[in-house]
Design a protein around this ligand. Structure first.
Ligand code: CTP
Length: 396
């Protein structure tokens, strides 16, 4: 986001109201100005003071509480909003908006705003699946209202089924993504690889590289937020799969090679942030290897250099590699850029203790095909992803 954004968060009355607090907190962490409007029913579940403390703005419940201000207030919030989101959205608010009813602060603001409006519904399964509610949702979608669909699961009333409020991280990530100003990757197809690959030795053991996947996931999310269609091919990683893209899980070099090659012609930009295992055990044992010997020799054979192979058959794709180096950073990275026929290579020094691997930050140099080197100071992996696409786009 380039400029500070304003989100008007509507809260309607259901047991999931408390979860909306977490959404406010997540948005505030992204420096978003959040204004909360609660319905009277919502205020019976959670005291407005909680929302006020987290949002650091007055919470509006009663439209007529301040006779001097109310008339302006719903219009000014409606105008101020870059986006409105209703968390949780009850069957009641969906019905009201679908029928054009504006009888309280929240419904009038929804009616008055020109900003995108997103509903995150939560309701008892039978209520949510009621054909009237479903018809209202269909109607609202036709009018351009967006939905973050509820999950299926155990509901507060004890029933199991659809109607559970979507995960709060998903809700806030979706909002943040929608607020993104730069949509310069719209129409582009971006293929990203992330995380490590593994090379199995026997059914319980394998060799691998250190990699959390954070850098690759940040790149894939940035591409999505800027409007690209994204495929994320990931080795084993504990990070939650990002929404809004095709996620493909792989384990070995061979599996990654196949998926990457299958999708190479589809892609406009390929970014290989994965830490691919260069060697695999020459022989795989079907049975668990027993510790009978004092010494154990492990013979490894070279596996495919996936990026090099892509470089050799690249047509119009922009190909970006990573270089993790412990010494001679720029020299080694430059060598890889040329050898693998890349357009860019992102080089990082793995000996720095405050960046790299599992860290949220990184400090890198981006080497371009034309010899230019762009140093990026220590910053979050998210920001590095952003800078990387800025560099790629300027160079087109
Ligand atoms: N890479 C790849 N296939 C491999 C090894 C690496 O596609 N078998 C890709 C990585 O995803 C990365 C780039 O090549 O984008 C450089 O990886 P790196 O491990 O830094 O270098 P290597 O080429 O493996 O060389 P070395 O291990 O000798 O430093």
């Amino acid at each position: 986001m380039d400029s500070k954004k304003t989100v008007v968060l509507g809260v309607t009355g259901g047991i999931a109201v408390y979860k909306a607090l977490d959404v406010v907190s997540r948005l505030k962490k992204e420096d978003i100005d959040v204004h909360v409007i609660m319905t009277e029913h919502a205020a019976k579940f959670v005291n407005p003071i909680s929302f006020q403390s987290l949002s650091q703005n007055m919470v509006i419940v009663d439209m007529f509480a301040e006779p001097k201000a109310w008339e302006i207030q719903h219009i000014s919030l409606a105008k101020k909003a870059d986006l409105m989101v209703i968390v949780p959205a009850t069957a009641n608010i969906l019905g009201k908006v679908a029928c054009g009813i504006a009888d309280d602060m929240l419904s009038t603001t929804i009616m008055a705003t020109k900003a995108p409006v997103v509903f995150a519904p939560a309701a008892n399964t039978n209520m949510f699946l009621n054909p009237i509610v479903q018809d209202n949702i269909t109607k609202l979608k036709q009018y351009g209202y967006k939905f973050i669909e509820p999950e299926s699961g155990r509901l507060a009333c004890g029933d199991v089924g659809a109607g559970k409020l979507a995960d709060t991280k998903l809700i806030s990530d979706t909002i943040i993504s929608m607020l993104y100003d730069i949509k310069d990757l719209r129409g582009k197809k971006v293929l990203v690889t992330a995380g490590p690959t593994i090379a199995p030795l026997d059914p319980v053991r394998y060799i691998t590289n250190r990699s959390s996947g954070k850098m690759g996931y940040a790149i894939a999310e940035e591409a999505r937020d800027r409007g690209a269609e994204v495929i994320l091919i990931s080795g084993p990683s504990s990070i939650e799969k990002p929404f809004g893209m095709k996620n493909i899980n792989i384990s070995t070099n061979e599996e990654m090679l196949k998926v990457v090659e299958d999708n190479f012609d589809w892609a406009d930009i390929v970014i290989k942030a994965a830490a691919v295992a260069d060697y695999k055990p020459k022989e795989y044992s079907d049975r668990k290897i027993k510790k009978n010997e004092d010494e154990f020799n492990l013979l490894l054979e070279k596996d495919t250099d996936i990026l090099k192979r892509l470089g050799s058959k690249k047509k119009d794709q922009i190909l970006v590699g990573f270089a993790a180096e412990s010494h001679d950073l720029l020299e080694n990275a430059k060598g890889k850029l040329q050898k693998k026929n890349l357009d860019y290579i992102v080089a990082n020094d793995i000996t720095c203790s405050d960046t790299g691997f599992a860290s949220n930050d990184n400090r890198v140099n981006v080497l371009c095909r034309d010899g230019k080197i762009i140093p990026l100071e220590k910053m979050s992996k998210k920001k590095i992803a952003r800078e990387l696409f800025n560099i790629i786009n300027e160079k087109r």
